[in-house]
Design a protein around this ligand. Sequence first.
Ligand SMILES: *[C@@H]1O[C@H](CO)[C@@H](O)[C@H](O)[C@H]1NC(C)=O
Ligand SMILES: *[C@@H]1O[C@H](CO)[C@@H](O)[C@H](O)[C@H]1NC(C)=O
Ligand SMILES: *[C@@H]1O[C@H](CO)[C@@H](O)[C@H](O)[C@H]1NC(C)=O
Ligand SMILES: *[C@@H]1O[C@H](CO)[C@@H](O)[C@H](O)[C@H]1NC(C)=O
Ligand SMILES: *[C@@H]1O[C@H](CO)[C@@H](O)[C@H](O)[C@H]1NC(C)=O
Length: 459
Amino acid sequence: MLLLPLLVMLVLSHAVGDNSIYDEMFMFEEFEELLTSDAIEKEFLEIPHWTSQHGSKVLVNVDAFGAVGDGISDDTQAFLSAWDKACSTPKSVFLVPEKRRYLLKPATFKGPCADNLIIQIDGTIVAPDDPKNWDPQNPRTWLHFSKLTGVSFQGAGVIDGSGGKWWDSSCKKNKSNPCVEAPTALTIQASSAVRVKGLTIQNSQQMHFVITNSDSVRILNVKISAPGTSPNTDGIHITKSTNVVIQDCKIGTGDDCISIVNGSSGIKMKNINCGPGHGISIGSLGKDNSTGIVTKIVVDNAFFKETTNGLRIKTWQGGSGYVRAVRFQNVRVENIANPIIIDQFYCDSPKTCKNQTSAVEISQIMFQNISGTTKSANAMKFACSDTVPCSKIVLSNINLEKEDGTAETYCNSAKGFGYGYVHPSADCLQSSDKDTHSDQTEDVKILRPGPDNPKHTEL
Ligand SMILES: *[C@@H]1O[C@H](CO)[C@@H](O)[C@H](O)[C@H]1NC(C)=O
Ligand SMILES: *[C@@H]1O[C@H](CO)[C@@H](O)[C@H](O)[C@H]1NC(C)=O
Ligand SMILES: *[C@@H]1O[C@H](CO)[C@@H](O)[C@H](O)[C@H]1NC(C)=O
Ligand SMILES: *[C@@H]1O[C@H](CO)[C@@H](O)[C@H](O)[C@H]1NC(C)=O
Ligand SMILES: *[C@@H]1O[C@H](CO)[C@@H](O)[C@H](O)[C@H]1NC(C)=O
């Protein structure tokens, strides 16, 4: 692929006096593995659509267990009874029929289940709008699935959190409200080999879709939407999970389109449309002096429109751990505030956060083929800790511009290099000790890739 010439170039350009290039090559190998790995894809392709195998499938229709589907009657018990049947029966299809609206209170659907369970959601599942339906001791989930293996969620149905009242009572909306926790619409916990395909998740009380403590999850063609003003309504949130592929998804909410936090590795996002929202985030990590570890993350092919951030890594002062081997590539942004941002001074708190000596270490972060328009002058911001600098930030083929032509790069304690066309210039990555800016006037030093000079390296 393209990678080999690229590596050779890097080696040539960095040739002597810098052993770190070998680490960088190692990092690229890991990426290559991640990018070309079809293992998960193949495994999932073998799960057929339920109708194609109807004969051998056992249909478990929620209506047969007393679900009314009028959007008013409480169908929770009917769903739980149908779940018990479907979960204990091999090759069953838990069916939520189309053209109906099922009101469900908070519910937990537990595995392990018999083999080859399909959860076919064609109708709408809607939450009660009043927060009083949640036990204040246990407000974090609405539809909670746990301990599933080899399960497929699919269908053209809708999961609707009816979150309006939760949003109004959020302390982010109205400072005189107490800060309380709110439910995630769909949670998949302690599961593996799970596929989620085609569903729409909307207006969640807080986060829309959380994957936690899970391995080998593939999310395909999922749509997530909530108003841009709805507080903390992240689209997909991944925590303590490995080997997750998120592909062909359209996400627009009031918080991060996708957020990836502690204990996650091998997360690949491909063909993501994000906006409104806060962008794709790694973090936050390191809050309250905690350890945060996130590695091997790829975003390939994404479009951001009217989001506050694009590609972001955010960590709190005082944390420990690391973020390593991250690749963001083939991204277009349209009119967004911070297209590229690494922020080791993240502070989502009413009090200001003191600078500390420890921080989550950030290194081996690559941005390649990122272009579009920025609303803020700092098109690229690398705000790194004085005591734990960011290192090995690699930029290649970047073209970000502000309408008035004043785009620039901010660096604090960030080290790395750019090659190919990089605009605004990122020279401050090489010199960066404290608080430096590069502006676009330095671009002339960097050669554009051309026919005779296919990706020349200029440092
Ligand atoms: C904020 O909440 C307080 C107390 O609940 C209420 O009196 C006030 O009207 C709210 N403000 C807005 C702008 O909604
Ligand atoms: C983060 O994950 C690591 C190991 O995966 C664990 O030791 C640590 O406690 C986690 N931190 C938090 C805040 O959960
Ligand atoms: C984090 O560590 C710093 C430095 O040791 C200490 O001052 C601070 O109180 C700690 N914060 C928390 C939330 O434990
Ligand atoms: C660069 O990224 C854009 C936007 O995703 C994509 O359309 C284009 O094909 C990419 N260019 C290359 C050379 O991969
Ligand atoms: C923390 O350090 C950064 C970088 O040196 C500096 O810009 C910022 O003002 C400091 N913040 C506080 C609260 O001292």
